[in-house]
Design a binder for this molecule. Structure first.
Ligand SMILES: Cc1ncc(COP(=O)(O)O)c(C=O)c1O
Length: 431
């Protein structure tokens, strides 16, 4: 007798119908994959093991047999993403952006080290912060470093300008000079504008401090050539998620641009931070899809990233015209896929995000804005247009979307109109 799975199938069908066809998804950290990427994910690599690096004709680098085909896929993905990013190294094994950050932290940091990061209050990611992997870097002997205790990692936060959406470059440089950290991390989760990588990298390079740029959110924009290029500005590492503005399967990547002896030592340490530090085998079955996504980005990435940013700016303007408070208006709202919206004139952000989703099929997340103190009761919504752009929406649709969002924020029911708008955009573009 076969196992009854009809209830499981029903739930998955409901998800496919609701999130896949009837909602307008504005979660800034998500994306939709092309049919080619989705279809290739069901394959025999699922559940197989391939610890280590691909074997070559000259050298055995794996700890398991049976890896000849994943060796090919892993080598091709590494080679092709290096070419796309115009850098020197890539590790395509991290399971996600957080795992990539974990690998770098495990590789580079030791107890008592000092690290400069963006605080959560100005949009920094949890993994960089006291409760995340950087703050708690686990030592080799299994001891967890509790923030503030002896031998813990000492975190300092980058100083921001008054608007809260930019870093104050001269003050950041001073902080590097004063603290001589063991690593610096740039990049954020609420990420509207480029970071002052060039100014900070100059001093880091003079002092041999590794600079990690966490491009989890903006990887696709960088590889599409439409956001700052952290390597050209002097970063050593770029970490990314491969499923946000880079529209591949859910994984992570560490890119490197390192050549000197010291830098190669950092790369080797991070290699051990990936395996065995933060994973054994990676999720092999999703890697062929990542390779396809790399090729899609090589072909269409420039156009896709440019339209994404154009749409984000257009939505910022359209929402403003509707009387919605979009942050950073004086800076043109955004240079990325994201917008930050202050919703206090409509109600409580957490409740508004829930009612937009449940009553109107518009999916967002509540988010702290600069100046907020309580992560559970913030004043903002963070939205991103990368997924709707991939479904083919352009500036004109941003006006329609702004209308519907405003109505939803006012508590009106516009679900039918949302489903109707969405039904015009069902095919994945740029693939
Ligand atoms: C800046 C930043 N780094 C890392 C991550 C974690 O990435 P992932 O969800 O792929 O683990 C995120 C998640 O959104 C992020 O915003």
């Amino acid at each position: 007798m076969s196992v009854n799975i009809s209830d499981v199938l029903d739930i998955v069908d409901s998800q496919n119908q609701w999130r896949g066809k009837e909602t307008i998804n504005l979660i800034a950290s998500e994306n939709v994959q092309s049919d080619a990427v989705k279809q290739i994910e069901s394959n025999d690599f699922m559940g197989r093991y391939a610890e280590g690096h691909p074997n070559t004709a000259q050298q055995d680098n794996r700890y398991y047999e049976g890896t000849r085909y994943i060796d090919q896929i892993e080598s091709m993905t590494t080679r092709e993403i290096i070419k796309l990013a115009k850098c020197l190294q890539a590790d395509v094994r991290p399971l996600s952006g957080n795992a990539a950050n974990t690998a770098v932290a495990l590789g580079i940091l030791r107890g008592g080290d000092t690290v400069l990061v963006n605080s959560i209050e100005i949009g920094g990611h949890i993994s960089h912060n006291p409760i995340g992997v950087v703050g708690r870097r686990i030592q080799v002997r299994g001891k967890v470093l509790t923030p503030g205790r002896e031998n813990s990692i000492s975190l300092h936060f980058w100083p921001a300008t008054e608007d809260g959406y930019h870093l104050d470059a001269p003050k950041c440089v001073d902080l590097v000079e004063q603290t001589s950290p063991n690593m610096v991390i740039l990049g954020k989760s609420l990420f509207l504008f480029p970071e002052p990588v060039k100014q900070i990298a100059e001093v880091c390079r003079a002092k041999n401090i590794p600079l990690l740029y966490d491009g989890a959110h903006v990887l696709g924009l960088i590889l599409g050539g439409q956001f700052q290029n952290p390597f050209e500005e002097g970063a050593h590492f770029i970490n990314g998620s491969t499923h946000k503005t880079f529209p591949g399967p859910q994984r992570g990547v560490i890119l490197g641009n390192m050549a000197t002896e010291l830098e190669m030592k950092w790369w080797s340490s991070v290699d051990r931070g990936v395996m065995p530090g933060s994973s054994s085998s990676h999720h092999l079955h999703t890697l062929p899809g990542m390779l396809i996504a790399v090729r899609e980005m090589a072909e269409f990435g420039r156009e896709y990233a440019a339209q994404t940013i154009t749409n984000a700016k257009a939505l910022g303007q359209a929402l403003t015209d509707e009387g919605v408070n979009v942050e950073a208006k004086e800076f043109g709202f955004t240079e990325s896929h994201q917008l930050a919206i202050k919703v206090t004139n409509f109600g409580i952000a957490k409740e508004l995000a829930r009612s937009l989703s449940d009553k109107n099929n518009i999916i967002t997340n509540y988010n702290m804005l600069p100046g907020d103190k309580d992560a559970k009761n913030p004043t903002g919504l963070r939205i991103g247009v990368q997924e709707m752009t991939r479904y083919g929406m352009k500036e004109g649709e941003m006006g329609e979307l702004a209308d519907l969002m405003k109505a939803g924020l006012q508590g009106k029911i516009v679900k039918d109109e949302v489903i109707k708008l969405r039904s015009r955009f069902t095919d994945v573009h740029f693939a």
